[in-house]
Each structure stands twice: as structure tokens, then as C-alpha cells.
Design a protein around this ligand. Structure first.
Ligand code: NI
Length: 226
């Protein structure tokens, strides 16, 4: 399942993050990929152990923790500290798949990448190109979102970023291990939860809705791995 989560960050938060990032030094983006990715990746990133990156990443993690739509879709167990990238002057990232397991640098902590997230920090009008293209069984999906919005998609998907031919595309990106490993099961839980919430808003806590909410939790109990 691919999901657009709008307004994860406020305008003020985006402005603060951008001002800090624009005054920071960037390194070659190939620092965080394996040999296959290195052949097709051409962009810049904040160093993984950058104190500035960690500080800005905390703002994003806090915003995600308070976002019910993100929680319902991702059912997050653990998330790597968010990273930041920048594409300009024709930079791009060719077709690739994200590594299945990531170790957080400087720790013994690893996670399985179930979900890949890109949080846009540039307005779409500020750059040309830079679309995130995600391939799934239904074809190719093109993504370019307002600053502060996030796209979430299964890490098992091939994807690429088209060349940025004008302006700069600045984003945060990170991976989440979900409590529910299987994308299909996670998608069923998401739809059930969203529909239950809509029905509850319309009808209040009717007995049938209470029973179905119990089903949601019992399915989650059956499928969650902690
Ligand atoms: Ni990727």
C-alpha cells in the first residue's frame, strides 16, 4: 500500500528545518548505499551521524508520533533516525530497491525495512523534475508533494528519482519496521481502522461498532510481532 500523509509538518517546522539545512554542509549520497545503489545514485546527503540531522530528525519523529493517519497505516515498531537529501543540477537516483535491513550507525541497533518514507521539504514549484517514481504491480506511480507532506510505500518496491533540472529538491527519508510485517495484512488493518473511525464519527459507539473494533484489535493481536 502506498499512502500520502498530508501536513506531517507545519509551515513553521518546514521553514525551520529548511533554514537549518540550507546552512549545512552536505556529503556524497553514496555514503549510505550498497554497490548496486552506488552505481545509480547521484545526490547529496547530510552525514548519517550529523548532530544537526539528528536534531531535525527528532522534530520529524515527534510529528509522526502525533499523527494518527501515519500510525494507522504504518503501525510502526521502530524507525531509523531520519536522513536528509538534496538534488539539484541534474542530480537523480536511478531505479533501485532499498536495503532490507539497516543498522543505525554508531549503535548495534538494526531494523527490517518494511516501509520507506519520503517527507518533502521543498514546494513542488521550487524545482523541475525530482519526481519519486514507485513501481508496483499496478504500474508506475509518480509522486511530488507539498512541503511538509509524506509518502509512505512498501520498501519491497523498486523506485527512482528523476533528474532535478531546475531549483533544489530537499527531502527527509527514513525506514520503518512495522509491527505487521506483511503489506497485505497491514493494508486490511488500515482500511478496517479508517472505516471504523468514519462510522464511529457518524453513529457513535453502537454495539456492532464496539464488536468490530474488537475484531480490529484481535486481528492486530494475531499479526503483530514485537
Ligand atoms: Ni531508495
Amino acid at each position: 500500500m502506498m499512502l500520502h500523509v498530508p501536513e506531517v509538518l507545519s509551515r513553521d517546522q518546514v521553514r525551520h528545518i529548511r533554514q537549518t539545512l540550507d546552512a549545512t554542509d552536505w556529503v556524497d549520497g553514496r555514503a549510505t548505499v550498497g554497490p548496486q545503489g552506488a552505481q545509480v545514485k547521484q545526490n547529496r546527503q547530510l552525514p548519517e551521524l550529523s548532530a544537526t540531522g539528528r536534531e531535525l530528525g527528532e522534530i520529524i519523529l515527534k510529528a509522526l508520533a502525533a499523527n494518527p493517519l501515519y500510525f494507522s497505516a504504518a503501525l510502526p515498531l521502530r524507525t531509523v533516525p531520519p536522513l536528509f537529501n538534496r538534488y539539484e543540477g541534474g542530480e537523480h537516483y536511478g531505479l533501485h530497491i532499498d536495503g532490507s535491513v539497516r543498522t543505525v550507525p554508531g549503535t548495534n541497533f538494526s531494523l527490517r525495512t518494511d516501509l520507506s518514507c519520503t517527507l518533502f521539504l521543498s514546494e513542488p514549484d521550487d524545482y523541475e523534475g525530482g519526481e519519486l517514481i514507485v513501481v508496483d504491480t499496478y504500474g508506475e506511480h509518480e509522486v511530488k508533494l507539498p512541503a511538509g507532506d509524506l509518502i509512505l510505500y512498501p520498501s519491497s518496491s523498486l523506485h527512482r528519482v528523476t533528474p532535478v533540472t531546475r531549483g533544489a529538491r530537499v527531502c527527509s527519508f527514513f525506514w520503518t519496521q512495522s509491527m505487521v510485517r506483511d503489506d497485505g495484512q497491514r493494508g486490511l488493518l488500515f482500511e478496517l481502522d479508517q472505516n471504523l473511525q468514519a462510522l464511529r464519527a457518524r453513529h457513535g459507539d453502537e454495539a456492532e461498532l464496539v464488536a468490530l473494533t474488537g475484531h480490529y484489535h484481535n486481528l492486530l493481536r494475531m499479526w503483530a510481532e514485537l
